[in-house]
Ligand binder design. Structure first.
Ligand code: AGP
Length: 612
């Protein structure tokens, strides 16, 4: 949820940490802060608001140092404020801590500490933890590393913590459980981050820290241990991300850049996997487990948010092509619902970040019951990718805009390839249909490019509806999950309340909302339900609703009844969702911009939800 950054080595720590925090800001932007150790001892600077505001406030301040930690916050305990911002110092002012996660038993620890005379400036769980560590250090005369180990055995919840100790100015102590931590290996220096973005220009060698590991980091040394105080061998991975991938590349916003990257990202996702000429789909993760996947009595797809919409789309496609029953689960509900998992059931976990706590905990739960986990993830080396038995990366590249766009279309492309491959292997699809769908999928990048070339046509439509208080998104069949996704994008980006619905469901209640002020967005590309969706549009028009319709090029019926239309190229109904979602992404973007919203960092949101 929050972003953490750290540096120790010969370089100036401050600029590395500030740049790193700006790159982590999509993880939370309620407040920010840094701690440094220099000739003045342990210094903490923190402030409510964005990193740029902190940077401004520190102009001319003594921020020279070769060791430091930094934090950008998504508030969980205590409202966004200067005092609740991280880092937090211990009562003896010797320790400073930053934390990403939630300490669930902090209230009980806090009351124990208050009885011992500790006082607290903030409302945060994190300040309780650093004082708990100070107390253990004091009572056991132990090193900071040892005190951290003892403390972490007593806390419940999720955490990545980084600590500085004024008495040990050459060491950073870090620990992880549930939230992500990456350590970059340099020559006589180390970089720390919630992901690899803070260290991209310095090193391509990283260690993904595992749960229950503590790292003792000096400039020239990295020691990993478990909570049992046993040394762990760091596994060094190579990064394949370039700096340009996390820069705006001349676009006003990451969201717009990522929407316009989709012809390339969908191509990259298909590349080396789909060959329509040969009629093949090559996916090692699927091939290695093809028997289990073909004979599975049921697929359970677990996800959250936009990834859940990709999962719902997969239910339609897999059941249609593979004839395997599919259930789609909100990870957070699945986790606590005590679900029934039968022998042979396959769990598919879909996640852009690969760090969403609800999804991670849900698959751990399913693994306890012996389920086979197949992960579909975008971030390489992320927790869900490492917790899965097999998987497929979506290769959409770093997605910085909080609203997921290119990762969604890449998820759809991967799920469509999986469905086609399994249907082919299982013999539940005619070869002619199989080949036709492969060609359709291969042509998608070009068709998305054509849509984007007309993207500006959505600007006046966005201008027209930007002051709406509510909106409805409707679709049938394969277009229903896209209606849900369109509604989520508008909510996230423009703060307009929007609901996605199966179009036929309207008559059972929501149609009561329709009047001349309500924009109703129809995902109405050509498919077998077309006549039905036309009637639904007429029902809305009969109540003076404003209809915006995403249609298939050449459809001359709907334009005669809708207020606004946007046409996408023709495609098979199973593949068309990859096209119809793009104008919905752009519509929400242009409405958000027209309303002056921070489209890359919408209020109250964060890119990766690492707490339950
Ligand atoms: C989508 O735009 C949102 N950022 C959010 O709903 C997101 O899809 C959800 O948090 C799941 O994230 P994940 O794909 O990284 O697991």
């Amino acid at each position: 949820m929050c972003g953490i950054v750290g540096y120790i080595g010969p370089r100036e720590a401050y600029p590395i940490i500030i740049t790193g925090l700006k790159r982590q800001e999509y993880r939370g932007y309620d407040s920010t802060g840094i701690a440094l150790i220099n000739e003045n001892g342990l210094e903490v600077f923190k402030k409510k608001g964005k990193v740029a505001e902190l940077e401004l406030s520190l102009l001319g301040k003594p921020v020279n140092a070769h060791i430091g930690i930094g934090h950008t916050r998504w508030a969980t305990h205590g409202e966004p404020s200067d005092v609740n911002a991280h880092p937090h110092k211990s009562n003896n002012e010797k320790l400073a801590i930053i934390h990403n996660g939630i300490i669930e038993n902090y209230a009980q620890l806090k009351s124990e500490l208050i009885k011992k005379g500790y006082s607290f400036k903030s409302e945060t769980d994190t300040e309780v933890l650093v004082n708990f560590i100070e107390d253990i250090q004091k009572n056991t005369q132990s090193s900071l590393e040892e005190a951290v180990r003892i403390a972490l055995k007593r806390v419940s919840g999720a955490y990545v913590i980084l600590l500085l100790d004024e008495d040990n100015p050459d060491t950073i102590i870090a620990a992880r459980k549930g939230s992500p931590l990456v350590i970059g290996i340099g020559k006589d220096e180390h970089f720390l981050g919630s992901d690899a973005t803070p260290m991209l220009e310095y090193t391509k060698e990283v260690v993904y820290v595992n749960d229950y590991e503590i790292a003792i980091i000096k400039a020239g040394e990295l020691i990993l241990k478990n909570l049992g105080n046993e040394r762990q061998m760091p596994y060094i991975s190579k990064l394949d991300i370039e700096l340009a991938a996390i820069e705006k590349g001349g676009y006003d916003h990451f969201m717009l850049k990522e929407i316009y990257e989709q012809p390339t990202t969908i191509y990259d996702c298909l590349r080396g996997r789909l060959d329509a000429e040969k009629g093949t789909i090559t996916m090692k993760g699927i091939q290695d487990h093809i028997e289990a996947l073909i004979h599975a009595p049921r697929y359970i797809i677990i996800a959250c948010g936009t990834s859940w919409h990709a999962a719902l789309e997969a239910e339609y496609i897999i059941e249609e092509l593979c004839r395997i029953p599919v259930e789609v689960e909100y990870a957070s509900e699945f986790r606590y619902r005590n679900p029934i998992i039968n022998k042979g059931d396959v769990i598919i976990a879909v996640s852009q970040s690969g760090e969403t706590a609800d999804t991670l905990v849900a698959i751990e739960k399913a693994k306890e019951q012996g389920a086979f986990i197949f992960g579909i993830v975008n971030v390489v080396g992320s927790s869900i990718s490492r917790a899965s038995h097999a998987g497929a990366y979506t290769h959409a590249g770093p997605e910085i805009g909080v609203a997921s766009t290119k990762a969604f279309t890449a998820q759809l492309a991967v799920l469509m390839m999986i469905a086609l491959k399994i249907a082919k292997e299982k013999g539940t699809i005619e070869n002619s249909r199989y080949m036709e769908l492969l060609v359709e999928l291969e042509n998608i990048p070009e068709k998305v490019d054509a849509i984007l070339k007309n993207g500006d046509l959505l600007k006046p439509i966005a201008e027209k509806y930007k002051d709406a208080g509510n909106a409805l998104y409707l679709g049938r069949g394969y277009n229903f999950p896209i209606a849900l996704e369109g509604a989520l994008k508008l909510k996230e980006i423009s703060y307009i309340h929007a609901e996605g619905y199966p179009a036929a469901e309207m008559k059972h209640g929501p149609i009561a909302l329709v009047d001349k002020n309500l924009p109703v967005v129809f995902v109405a590309t050509k498919d077998e339900y077309h006549a039905k969706i036309v009637s639904n549009i007429q029902e809305i028009k009969a109540r003076k609703g404003k209809v915006i319709a995403i249609i298939t090029e050449g459809d001359d019926l709907i334009p005669s009844m809708a207020d606004d239309v946007f046409a996408v190229p023709t495609a098979n109904e199973i593949i068309a969702p990859l096209l119809s979602v793009v104008p919905l992404q752009l519509l929400s973007y242009y409405i958000g911009v027209a309303k002056g919203c921070d489209v890359d960092k919408p209020r109250n949101l964060a890119k990766s939800v690492t707490v339950e």
